[in-house]
Design a protein around this ligand. Structure first.
Ligand SMILES: Cc1cc2nc3c(=O)[nH]c(=O)nc-3n(C[C@H](O)[C@H](O)[C@H](O)COP(=O)(O)OP(=O)(O)OC[C@H]3O[C@@H](n4cnc5c(N)ncnc54)[C@H](O)[C@@H]3O)c2cc1C
Length: 388
């Protein structure tokens, strides 16, 4: 029920309770702000993601107070990431290269991780409304004064705020009201994810497989299950048709290593599928009083396994800008500056790797080149984390 919210005033309203929104809500509430967190779905819920939680996240979990709760769900410890070319050549990167603190990565489902963050937000005093969808901003005399929100039953409430944060992921539910409409642009790639058992890979390794038209990965999450997730150019998906078995056979299973390790798998969850229109940066401050964090501000290529870390990092930057600058204009300037410093170079580098890797011969040569010396591999791994 959101009817009781009608006309209520909040210091900040956050749209979306994924890692970006929930962590931002915790940080603002811990600093004494009166925060409303809106989430259109009911948690816990499955989420399309590789569920590789990169090492930088551990420091955020400490700060957010969820480190021991994460440990309690028994995540897999993932020490290495191994990239396999189509023909089976490989390159191994120790995951501790991905963060300054040299902690290891973990595998944990978004079903659990997002639930833990949401519960921590609620315990921190955040007013949390699930099944509540932010519909549109309310702008009066050129200023943001609130948001229109709809509950599952269809009730619509107007909540009042001068600070709204878009943490709605790639949907950009709030920011899109202030920028050109890209909704008609065709999906660049289609992504697929499921959970399974019996993958024949080592417990502490995340394996990444390239194949014509895409790439995918498999690694363990909690309870001995594995996450299998892959992306494929939408033109390839259209050519193959809407048959999951054919998509597997003509996609990820064309990689010799993937075929070997996935030969006896048993699915334990349904497939999730999502179309992704584009990668890259958007506007992190699309309107006075409106901030964007996480995927809503920019979507980094999933091969880096750093989307969750980026969501947590941009939320931290946004919280600091709001809390340390009384004036909203100064907060925007500060956030924009810090956001660009943290994200721009990393996004450009990842885009470059993606373009290069799309050409199979070049991808193979790149793996050979990086294997010559651990230093090359380390430099490339670190470059996907510039700004952290
Ligand atoms: C194929 C693929 C694989 C990936 N693998 C990895 C990986 O292994 N490791 C990694 O770190 N990252 C990975 N990512 C990226 C990662 O999933 C995202 O970067 C991360 O989820 C971003 O978090 P967020 O909080 O910004 O958005 P989200 O997690 O998308 O959360 C947004 C929330 O907003 C809610 N919402 C949307 N609209 C509204 C509205 N109008 N009102 C209220 N609520 C709303 C949604 O229901 C959702 O819960 C992958 C992504 C893809 C596509």
């Amino acid at each position: 029920m959101i009817g009781h919210l009608d006309g209520q005033s909040f210091s900040a309203v956050i749209v979306g309770a994924g890692p970006a929104g929930a962590s931002l809500a915790i940080r603002l509430a811990n600093a004494g702000q009166n925060v409303l967190l809106l989430e259109k779905s009911r948690f816990p819920r499955h989420k399309l993601c590789g569920e590789f939680v990169s090492p930088e996240c551990a420091d955020h979990f400490d700060e957010l107070g969820i480190a021991s709760a994460v440990k309690d769900v028994s995540p897999a410890e993932i020490l290495e990431t191994r990239f396999y070319t189509r023909s089976g050549r490989s390159l191994t990167i120790p995951n501790k290269w991905l963060s300054r603190s040299e902690r290891s990565a973990i595998g944990v489902s978004r079903f659990q991780l997002d639930r833990l963050l949401m519960e921590q937000a609620r315990d921190s005093g955040v007013v949390l409304c699930e099944l509540s969808e932010a519909l549109s901003p309310i702008v009066e005399m050129g200023r943001l004064t609130g948001l229109k929100v709809r509950s599952e039953s269809g009730d619509v409430a107007n909540v009042r705020t001068s600070v709204a944060i878009d943490a709605s992921g790639r949907a950009q539910s709030l920011a899109r009201h202030f920028q050109p409409d890209n909704s008609s642009s065709r999906a660049e790639v289609v992504a697929f994810k499921t959970h399974l058992s019996n993958a024949k890979i080592a417990k502490d390794v995340c394996e990444i497989y390239s194949f014509r038209g895409g790439y995918g990965g498999c690694s363990e999450v909690e309870n001995g299950r594995f996450n299998l997730c892959f992306v494929m150019n939408s033109s390839h998906v259209r050519a193959i048709g809407n048959d999951r078995h054919a998509i597997m056979e003509n996609g990820i299973l064309k990689n010799t290593r993937a075929k070997e390790v996935l030969s006896d798998i048993e699915l334990s969850d349904l497939w999730l599928t999502v179309a992704i229109p584009r990668f890259g940066r958007s506007n992190c401050c699309p309107f006075p009083g409106v901030f964007a964090v996480g995927d809503a501000a920019g979507f980094i290529d999933p091969f880096t396994g750093s989307g969750i870390a980026l969501a947590l990092q941009t939320a931290k930057l946004c919280a600091a800008s709001i809390l340390e600058n009384g004036d909203i204009r100064n907060a925007e300037l500060n956030y924009r500056q810090n956001y660009l410093k943290a994200v721009s170079q990393r996004m450009r580098f990842c885009r470059l790797i993606r373009v290069i890797s799309a050409v199979p011969a070049v991808a193979d040569n790149l793996i050979d080149l990086l294997s010559i010396s651990p230093l090359f591999g380390k430099l490339v791994a670190k470059a996907t984390r510039v700004g952290t």
